[in-house]
Design a protein around this ligand. Structure first.
Ligand code: F6P
Length: 398
């Protein structure tokens, strides 16, 4: 047991950072219950690392009442912050906003409060900060979280399964309207750099075109798929696009002027794709953004179980004195890996992933190739084969 006296009753703290994800509360509950069974004291640091900058206001002891009924609740009872970077803490001065390094304050407060360990539940950004704090002497165990599933070092992150389920249901529900109105729909899903949610929900929900950041798309190829379906008398199409998807040679679509802790906010790709399809094919096309609905609500059974296993395992890591590590799912086991594994790069969808191969084999388009099955070799020829009324934009409008 490195650095911890065996059998000693410990005082540990939990914190949740970055965007919320379904299952955060399940981790908090599992970690707390496991620690209590060892006779330990558990505290919650509110709003990510912010709580250690101002512990008088943002530190709470976790009691039985606090965790009652939270297994099924989305969000986090501790609150979270996207701005919680103690190395670049924002302060307002007479001359405007300024960044100051308050990491020493965080370390000092952690020690002054008598904590033995900190369990940090977060994604790449939060765990990156956790690693820097480990180097400054805080004994930390990380728990991987993100609906995007883009953290390396673990097979799957909790929150992902719930996000995929929500997105799949939404795509499923769109089918009836798309079919009844003979429309095309473009649905924007979350996923800044990785297309896991869009790929899995697109395939599970029966999308016709899947656009992910890993495969830059050609808008002509997207339109080609819509027209190919039209020619086959399938008068509706569903396109799903990850928020980080981008056209070949183009850039990701950003929400104007919006940044969160220096991270640009994405949004608008579905609207852009929908306008282009409408313009180029004449097919009535609508867009919608599923947004934060994917992050909210009760976690699926899979996420509850994974979050519970990770939360409990994190406490066992603390008991063994294994710090600077992250608990992770290496199917079928929960193991621990160095924190550095979680932050070295993002886990994007490999282009040879079997889900992509299967999707392509079934005729799903990734917007990077013209349809192999249609008449004519060029997009222009295929477009010409579409009924004139539809090209003029009156085919499906009603
Ligand atoms: O990382 C999770 C995530 O939901 C991304 O998919 C998305 O780009 C981002 O968070 C949105 O963050 P915010 O809620 O801060 O705008």
């Amino acid at each position: 047991m490195a650095g911890l006296a065996k059998g000693r009753k410990l005082k540990i703290a939990l914190s949740t950072g970055g965007g919320d994800a379904p299952g955060l509360n399940a981790v908090i509950r599992a970690a707390t219950k496991t620690a209590w069974c060892l006779g330990w004291e558990v505290w919650g640091i509110q709003e990510g690392f912010e709580g250690l900058i101002d512990p008088r206001r943002k530190l709470v002891r976790i009691d039985t009442e606090d965790i009652r009924g939270i297994l099924t609740q989305g969000g986090t009872i501790l609150g979270t912050a996207n701005r919680g970077n103690p190395f670049k803490h924002q302060v307002q001065t007479a001359k405007g906003a300024k960044e100051v390094d308050l990491s020493a304050t965080v370390v000092r407060n952690f020690k002054k409060l008598g904590f033995d360990a900190l369990i940090v539940i977060g994604g790449e950004g939060t765990l990156g900060l956790a690693y820097q704090l480990v180097k400054k002497g805080i004994p930390i165990v990380g728990v991987p979280k993100t609906i995007d599933n883009d953290l390396p070092g673990t097979d799957i992150t909790f929150g992902f399964d719930t996000a995929v389920s929500v997105a799949t249901e939404a795509i499923g529900r769109l089918h009836s309207t798309a079919q009844s109105h003979r429309r095309c729909f473009v649905v924007e899903l979350m996923g800044r750099y990785a297309g896991w949610i869009t790929l899995n929900a697109g395939v599970s929900g029966g999308a016709d075109v899947i656009l992910i950041p890993e495969i830059p798309f050609d808008i002509d190829a997207v339109c080609d798929k819509v027209l190919d379906r039209e020619r086959r008398k399938k008068h509706f199409s569903i396109v799903v696009a990850a928020e980080g998807a981008q056209p070949k040679g183009g850039a990701r679509v950003l929400k104007e002027g919006a940044t969160t802790d220096h991270v640009e906010r994405l949004g608008g790709i579905a609207e852009w794709v929908a306008k282009e399809i409408d313009k180029r094919t004449g097919k009535e096309t609508r867009s919608l953004v599923l947004g934060h609905l994917q992050r909210g609500g009760t976690p699926t059974t899979f996420d509850r179980l994974l979050a519970t296993r990770l939360g409990s395992a994190a406490v066992r890591c603390v008991a063994r004195g294994q710090f600077g590590r992250m608990v992770a799912l290496k199917t079928p086991k929960i193991v621990s890996v160095p924190l550095t594994q979680a932050i070295k790069r993002l886990k994007t969808v490999p282009l040879d992933h079997d889900t992509i191969t299967s999707a392509r084999s079934m005729g799903i388009s990734f917007g990077d190739r013209l349809c192999a099955s249609g008449k004519g070799g060029t997009f222009a020829r295929r477009q010409a084969a579409v009924p004139a009324a539809l090209r003029q934009g009156v085919g499906s409008r009603g």
